[in-house]
Design a protein. Sequence first.
Length: 136
Amino acid sequence: MSEANAETAPKPSAYERIGGAAGLRRLTARFYQLMDELPEAAACRAIHQESLAGAEQMLFEYLSFWLGGPPLFTERHGPPMLRARHLHAPIGNDETVGWLVCFHRAWTETVDDPDLGKEILPSVNSLALAMRNKEG
């Protein structure tokens, strides 16, 4: 590929850079495995159903859409409206911190692109903080 073509080639999406569906599935599976294992995630785990399979699928679908891959979430569930979808669950500081600990660790363990983390993780942090709906 010539230098001119390299400059005009479209930049791969975050979804492609994470490894597509397989890479995203590794991330979400590890995330929910950590939620079951880490003491720091106990408060977050407690607001989930006994089985995490449905939550894992929803996160997979959402992240596919959010990272520039197939719009699975919107096709199956409509507009994300994440805050409204989470109002039934009491989310405070402990739940948010636990969620973020799991997400960051899963990301570190499953995503090999450090530059992608610099691009994506600040937005993930902001999104998690926006889900809080209770004091403490």
